[in-house]
Ligand binder design. Structure first.
Ligand code: NAD
Length: 485
């Protein structure tokens, strides 16, 4: 039995209206409002934090068995409803239905993983340097955490923050992206029936500048885990440092994909297309710089153009769609403006370059954009330095592996980086010398496992890693205890 509309905020175990309701629109069909969702305010953030603070003493000392069971139950329901939740996700965010179902599946798997992980929170026992004394190192929850998430993974990113937060005994206030409240609300509704006591998990929907800002500044919050743009992340980090909050940031990318002369051409084309254009290029791990050595360059650009010509763009839920719509009008305008910026910088539009009609022939009523590829680009161009966050990529032609590596690392970002090669020597060198947090050999830069750490370097990430066993670094704090025997 699930709770149906109205879609309100969830605070202290109750569904509460905000100051207004806001529409959640379908980017495949602009006239379609999926549902109305509550818009909270700073007073609701305060109520949520107070509820979480009140729930924390009991929850943080509750048995790991009950926490594990709650997380397992949440994961089971998500997986059982993956078709329905994946469809909702595709309607609100625009990724295709298989991609939507895949993301929901991942969210369910994450809850299942942390249901196990909360039983395995280990400490250390060491002898003291002073005779007769024992030393214990243990991990404790940090308190009430504020989780702020972006629109491009509407359920997986909330899941990969909520699950470890609850597993290790923290209480949560979630602020999802205002563009995609539907999946986060559905997740909150599942959590509301999981047996977690009132106040342990709270949802406050609304604008980033209102809800996000109030969370970041609230004195009751012990830590902020944020995923989103580098600019917003930087400001959040400054505010957190001032108030001694723990902070974890996952931000933008400008991920390089190197293609060497010795690469398997068909494989290199496929992984480049997958990571540059699928999910509409709206992944922080998308490759937007295809760095191609000169020997394979003519064959690569010809083959990728042929592959791109076959990509079907359109309604996220239509059968056969490969690439869904851009998420919003503002994002579409940003993507199209970068096409003009690239042209003005001297790049050639080799494929795509503008809006297209849905492949089903049902018109052009969604934010549909053709996968776009620039050639004749250089590494200093804005299209190769700034995150566009749409179905737009550039090819950069280089002489050899050394120039490819230098070009790949010549960016303020450092999230994911790929190399397509049959050379063990270059693959091994790249794994060691890439300045990215995640390195892929003969695989797309996007597409990662849920049980291992996720994150980057430089302006892409700040603070401890997310996911896998490493998630405990942010969601726990260490205590050292000495006992005289
Ligand atoms: P965004 O920074 O605009 O928003 C992210 C979240 O922050 C939203 O919930 C938003 O409402 C909130 N927010 C906005 N202003 C705020 C403020 N002043 N104070 C507190 N919160 C505020 O990002 P977006 O457009 O939703 O997402 C796209 C970005 O996310 C891209 O840059 C992408 O690379 C990045 N991203 C990174 C990762 C990663 O793991 N590295 C994953 C997914 C997306």
């Amino acid at each position: 039995m699930t709770h149906s509309a109205p879609h309100l905020n969830f605070i202290n175990g109750e569904w509460l209206a905000g100051y207004a309701m806001g529409p959640n629109r379908n980017p495949s069909h602009l006239a379609e409002v999926i549902a109305e969702y509550a818009q909270g305010d700073a007073a609701q953030v305060d109520a949520a934090v107070q509820a979480a603070l009140a729930a924390f003493p009991a929850w943080s000392t509750s048995g790991i068995q009950s926490r594990s069971e709650a997380l397992d139950k949440i994961g089971t329901e998500i997986l059982a409803r993956k078709e329905e939740l994946g469809t909702l996700l595709s309607r609100e965010e625009g990724k295709t239905k298989p991609e939507g179902i895949g993301e929901v599946t991942r969210a369910g798997q994450i809850f299942k993983f942390f249901a196990g992980e909360c039983l395995r929170l280990a400490g250390e026992v060491l002898p003291s340097v002073r005779p007769g004394i024992g030393v214990e190192i243990t991990r404790e929850p940090i308190g009430v955490v504020g989780l702020i998430t972006p629109w491009n993974f509407p359920i997986a990113i909330p899941a990969w923050k909520i699950a470890p937060a609850l597993a290790f005994g923290n209480c949560v206030v979630l602020k999802p992206a205002d563009l995609v409240p539907g999946s986060a609300w559905a997740l909150a509704e599942i959590i509301s029936r999981s047996g977690t006591p009132a106040g342990v998990f709270n949802l406050v929907m609304g604008r980033g500048s209102v809800i996000g800002d109030a969370l970041v500044r609230h004195p009751g919050i012990a830590g902020i885990s944020f995923t989103g743009s580098t600019g917003v992340g930087r400001r959040i980090a400054q505010a957190c440092v001032e108030s001694h909050k723990k902070v974890q940031l996952e931000m933008g990318g400008k991920n390089p994909q190197i293609i060497l002369d010795d690469a398997d051409l068909a494989q290199a084309v496929e992984l480049s297309v997958q990571s540059a254009f699928y999910s509409t290029g709206q992944r922080c791990t998308a490759s937007s710089r295809l760095i191609v050595t000169q020997g394979i360059y003519p064959r690569f650009v010809e083959a990728i153009k042929a592959r791109m010509d076959g990509i079907k763009v359109g309604d996220a839920l239509a059968a056969g769609t490969d690439v869904g719509p851009v998420v919003s009008q503002a994002q579409l305008e940003q993507d199209l403006s970068y096409v003009e910026i690239g042209k003005a910088e001297g790049a050639a539009v080799y494929a795509g370059g503008g809006r297209v009609a849905c492949h089903t022939g049902s018109g052009n009523e969604g934010f549909f954009m053709a996968p776009t590829l620039f050639t004749d680009t250089t590494r200093g161009m804005r299209v190769n330095r700034e995150e566009i966050f749409g179905p737009v990529a550039s090819v950069i032609r280089v002489k050899d592996y050394e120039e490819a590596l230098a070009t790949a690392n010549d960016t303020e970002f450092g999230l994911s980086a790929g190399i397509a090669t049959t050379s063990l020597k270059y693959a091994t060198h790249f794994k060691r010398h890439s300045q990215a947090g995640m390195v892929m050999v003969n695989l797309p830069t996007a597409g990662v496992d849920y049980h291992v750490p996720f994150g980057g370097r430089k302006a892409s990430s700040y603070g401890p890693r997310e996911q896998g066993r490493y998630a405990q670094e942010f969601f726990t704090m260490v205590k050292t205890a000495y006992t005289l025997a």
